[in-house]
Design a protein around this ligand. Structure first.
Ligand SMILES: Cc1cc2nc3c(=O)[nH]c(=O)nc-3n(C[C@H](O)[C@H](O)[C@H](O)COP(=O)(O)OP(=O)(O)OC[C@H]3O[C@@H](n4cnc5c(N)ncnc54)[C@H](O)[C@@H]3O)c2cc1C
Length: 252
């Protein structure tokens, strides 16, 4: 199994002042932030950027955020930021940041937790909460490229209303052949018969693996530390080859 080490990545990426052009609440705890880059960069689905806040006294705080938008040439990227109680950076974005602000940003960062249609599949994506952000970039690129790579997304959230990109994912599943969405809701009822009203476990993983025509060639797991640990353990217990499993940890 292989893990990303964001602190080692992106030495060459330069800081730029990105303009915040759109803010959209997506769930009670997560907002989407669209940033326009004065120096657009080419990135791969799964990569992230660093955002840096600077106080007048020189104090700086920097955090990584996955790019949720598909790679495109329009010079805009979307981030999905979850508000962490008593956090330093995420509450700033939820409560203070406004359209028109310039935000210090560098990227793209991380060269390991990435996928493109040329990498093929089958693809098993496992996300916890806002950890679906980089997986969304992969799914959007898969949709836009119209390459029908067999793909399953197992998305763990507290309740249905906490499911990030819920409407888009349901529409994607209805429209795109070879893509299945399964929700694991730890604190809410499952609205669809195919979803789960419990935390992720091995039996669930075996179920979703059966939705793929063969064992996944790529497995991407992203979310908070505890979630990634549990999902990676379950993946190995379900018999997946550690060599195909890649993880991205958000902290916590
Ligand atoms: C490569 C990478 C990509 C990331 N992408 C995203 C993203 O797309 N969206 C997003 O919302 N976050 C993402 N994160 C997490 C993000 O970088 C920050 O850690 C997060 O926003 C909290 O920062 P903060 O300053 O608000 O809280 P902090 O001041 O850093 O921490 C406040 C409290 O929250 C806890 N905490 C921090 N992160 C988590 C977590 N993920 N789960 C549970 N508890 C936590 C801390 O331990 C602390 O107790 C990513 C992290 C990495 C390393």
């Amino acid at each position: 199994m292989t893990e990303t080490h964001p602190q080692q990545a992106g030495e060459a990426a330069v800081w730029q002042a990105a303009r915040l052009v759109q803010i959209t609440p997506l769930t009670p705890r997560i907002k989407s932030f669209v940033l326009e880059l004065p120096q657009p960069f080419v990135f791969r689905a799964g990569q992230h950027v660093d955002l840096r806040l600077s106080a007048p006294d020189g104090y700086q705080a920097m955090r990584g955020y996955s790019i949720a938008s598909a790679p495109s040439a329009d010079g805009r990227i979307e981030l999905a930021i979850e508000r962490m109680e008593s956090g330093e950076v995420s509450p700033f974005f939820h409560e203070v940041a406004a359209v028109g602000d310039d935000i210090e940003l560098r990227g793209p960062l991380g060269g390991h937790f990435v996928w493109g249609p040329e990498d093929g599949g089958p693809l098993l994506l496992i996300g916890g909460g806002s950890g679906v952000a980089p997986l969304m970039a992969m799914l959007r690129q898969r949709r836009d490229s119209k390459v029908p790579v067999p793909t399953v997304l197992l998305l763990a959230s507290r309740t249905l209303e906490d499911v990030l990109y819920r409407e888009e994912l349901l529409a994607m599943e209805a429209a795109a052949p070879g893509f299945a969405l399964r929700l694991a809701l730890s604190r809410g009822a499952a609205a669809r018969g195919v979803d789960y009203a419990r935390r992720l476990d091995v039996a669930m993983l075996n179920d979703v693996l059966n939705l793929l025509p063969e064992a996944p060639r790529h497995v991407f797991i992203c979310g908070a530390n505890g979630f990634v640990n549990a999902a990676a353990d379950a993946a190995l217990e379900a018999g997946l080859d550690a060599a195909v499993v890649r993880t991205e940890r958000y902290g916590g």
